[in-house]
Design a protein around this ligand. Structure first.
Ligand code: HEM
Ligand code: HEM
Length: 179
């Protein structure tokens, strides 16, 4: 994505700051951190909120006010911000979460998260950064993938989220926060 970081900063400061924070380190666990998120992925999400392929009553009216250029500019601005470390709520789950992240669950046919999102959860243009994300947001997205409310991923995540058990899902969300 090519965009104008300075213009994106101004737009973000007007529109996104209330929920995602001025630098994309959102202060609220149900609002995803955008700092350091890949611009290509973020732009895809904004376009899919607009088209309805990804449903969100909160983001829909916001993206309706944005042009394609606006979306690219805010995406490159947030991608260039420094993500703050995540907060682990339950450290006792980290070992189990690390195992799921790095090995998946072969018995349930779940591939390793690291295979797509990277060993450190940094992701790339196609696979979102997960490192440091809020467990509450991650759990909510996994639930949305599992029950089909979020279906904009060519079924990769829908299959994974519907196969992974509740405890393993919670554990991997904690581990993601620790990355
Ligand atoms: C999700 C960008 C304004 C609340 C997202 C995502 C992006 C984004 C890229 C997807 C994140 C991901 O998949 O990891 C923006 C931009 C904004 C903006 C660029 C300003 C132009 C806001 C505002 C609110 C908000 C003002 C609150 C009123 C949310 C929520 C989600 C979200 C709740 C998660 C939606 C879900 O359930 O899937 N936003 N956002 N955003 N944003 Fe925003
Ligand atoms: C998106 C978690 C494995 C491909 C996501 C998101 C989460 C997640 C929480 C949403 C990120 C956000 O909204 O910011 C996990 C976990 C995994 C796993 C916990 C292991 C259990 C994989 C694997 C692949 C994959 C193995 C590739 C085969 C994707 C893709 C998206 C995504 C393509 C973005 C979908 C879109 O464009 O909306 N993942 N993931 N994930 N994941 Fe995974």
């Amino acid at each position: 994505v090519i965009g104008d970081i300075e213009r994106g900063k101004a737009l973000a400061g007007e529109i996104c700051v209330a929920c995602h924070g001025a630098d994309g380190n959102s202060p609220v666990p149900m609002f995803p951190k955008l700092a350091g998120q890949h611009a290509d992925y973020a732009l895809k999400q904004l376009q899919e909120f607009a088209s309805g392929r990804r449903q969100s009553d909160i983001m829909k009216p916001i993206v309706e006010g944005l042009s394609t250029r606006d979306m690219a500019d805010v995406a490159v601005f947030f991608a260039a911000q420094q993500p703050l470390p995540g907060q682990v709520d339950d450290p006792s789950m980290l070992d189990a979460g690390r195992r799921v992240f790095n090995e998946g669950n072969p018995d349930q046919g779940v591939p390793a998260c690291a295979g797509c999102h990277g060993a450190n959860g940094i992701g790339n243009a196609r696979y979102p950064r997960l490192a440091g994300q809020y467990p509450a947001y991650v759990l909510d997205q996994m639930a949305q993938f599992a029950d089909g409310r979020r279906s904009n991923d060519k079924r990769l995540m829908q299959t994974i989220a519907s196969r992974l058990g509740e405890t393993e899902t919670r554990a991997v969300a904690e581990y993601i926060a620790s990355l």
